[in-house]
Design a protein around this ligand. Structure first.
Ligand SMILES: [Zn+2]
Ligand SMILES: [Zn+2]
Length: 171
């Protein structure tokens, strides 16, 4: 899948995204993995988007720079990014968003497993699809306590809340 590097052009990202990509690169290096150019581009496309992006949209955008890109190319890159905790999948939208925690140093995640996953909560606007990842540890621990109360031991937890974002309520 990493062939044809020569025909892969650089996609121009916003400065903010470029900064995040640099962080992501550093995170990967510190873990002994590698953010290849293709993975970097897929992550950049996810981060540059206002709303979560589906795999086929990513493929289409990727093709502007990487004509040979096929669905497995994108899925493999997404698998890597999910594994590294750099993106999340929003199941409700079948789409991907950058993880807000991915720009933090690793030591913040001391309690997390080696796959760099964490409990996540998403607020999904049903009108504009903008999706916000909550950074509220209280939500995760309240869920854990409630689950323990019925003798359940959660392994992973992703909460998806649908509603209207502040902007759509104002409009
Ligand atoms: Zn996250
Ligand atoms: Zn909205």
């Amino acid at each position: 899948m990493q062939t044809k590097r020569d025909v892969m052009e650089r996609i121009g990202f916003t400065e903010a995204t470029d900064r995040l990509l640099q962080r992501a690169d550093g995170i990967c290096v510190s873990r002994g993995s590698r953010l290849t150019e293709l993975r970097r581009q897929v992550l950049g496309l996810v981060l540059d988007s206002d709303t979560p992006v589906g795999a086929y949209d990513l493929l289409e955008r990727l093709r502007s720079a990487h004509k040979g890109a096929a669905p497995p190319t994108v899925y493999r890159a997404l698998d890597f990014l999910l594994e590294q905790g750099l993106v999340h999948k929003v199941e409700r939208l079948s789409a991907f968003v950058g993880c807000v925690h991915a720009s933090e140093p690793d030591d913040v995640h001391s309690g997390h497993d080696h796959e760099h996953h964490h409990a996540a909560q998403f607020l999904i606007c049903t009108r504009c699809s903008r999706t916000v990842e909550l950074e509220d540890d209280d939500v995760a621990s309240a869920l854990g306590v409630a689950a323990a109360g019925v003798g359940f031991r959660p392994a992973r937890s992703t909460v998806e809340v649908e509603g209207l974002c502040a902007m759509c309520q104002a409009g």
